[in-house]
Design a protein around this ligand. Structure first.
Ligand code: ADP
Length: 246
């Protein structure tokens, strides 16, 4: 569905992604793991069109939506698919001056041109799904971090995205609040959502994802089924990483 093809990315003199290729198929849940600074977030942000590759390209359904040059045709293709790409960040980035419901209906109203009743109906369905229907009129500051993140997930889903990216969605949360967000992510995966997830949650990577991608120093070092990666890592670097986090 969406793929990074030979993507490199430099910030100034530092090359943080080196010729990385990663495709995500429809319905697949890919967990991207690896040491801090290995380029996981940058790869996800390139796929989500939040960073432009220095070389290589990003394609969606085979069409180039981002490359080093981003000429007019690529920019048009990107503009068409951007609403289909959902993103959930480590820091929830809800609009503080809007209620939960307003946060969710804003984008479908503006971008999908949904009328108010339809957008509200959809938002309430999504709030039910993430277990927060009773918080519809609350402001984000009154919610716990776990609740804010669940609202952020509902907000992303309100655009009916084809793919959802999660960038360390539980890292800013206290341990006891993580499970409520992970439960929602797991449910989404079971519902068949196409997902790529940068995570430190090895339980999620092992039990929920269909594939694990291990990065180190700007490269994909290993990629495979979760059970084989965790039980029989093939590279010394993955062995060392798994030993360190245990
Ligand atoms: P990870 O998600 O694996 O921790 P990142 O993709 O966040 O890794 O970062 C990879 C490297 O790129 C790090 O060394 C980081 O400091 C650097 N980096 C990331 N974003 C920027 C930026 N906007 N400007 C400069 N350096 C950056």
């Amino acid at each position: 569905m969406i793929a990074a093809e030979a993507v490199s990315k430099s910030f100034g003199p530092t090359e943080v992604l080196k010729d990385v290729s990663l495709g995500v198929r429809s319905g697949e849940v890919v967990s991207i793991i690896g040491p801090s600074g290995s380029g996981k977030t940058t790869l996800l942000r390139c796929l989500a069109l939040l960073e432009t590759p220095s070389a290589g390209r990003v394609t969606m359904h085979g069409k180039i939506i981002s490359d080093g040059l981003n000429g007019p045709e690529v920019r048009r293709a990107a503009a068409r698919v951007r609403p289909d790409i959902g993103m959930v960040f480590q820091h929830f980035n809800l609009w503080p001056h809007m209620t939960v419901l307003q946060n969710i209906v804003e984008a479908p109203r503006l971008v999908r041109k949904m009328d108010k009743a339809e957008a509200t109906g959809l938002a309430m369905q999504l709030l039910e799904k993430v277990g927060l229907a009773e918080k519809r009129d609350a402001y984000p500051a009154r919610l716990s971090g776990g609740q804010q993140q669940r609202v952020a997930i509902a907000r992303a889903l309100a655009m009916t995205p084809q793919v959802m990216f999660f960038d360390e969605a539980t890292s800013a949360l206290d341990p006891e609040l993580r499970h409520e967000v992970l439960r929602v992510m797991r449910q989404l995966a079971e519902d068949g959502m196409t997902m790529a997830v940068v995570t430190h949650e090895m339980g999620f990577a092992r039990n929920v994802s269909s594939r694990v991608v291990f990065m180190d120093q700007g490269r994909i070092v290993e990629s495979g089924a979760p059970a084989s990666f965790f039980d029989k890592p093939q590279t010394e670097r993955a062995v060392r990483f798994l030993r360190q986090i245990q």
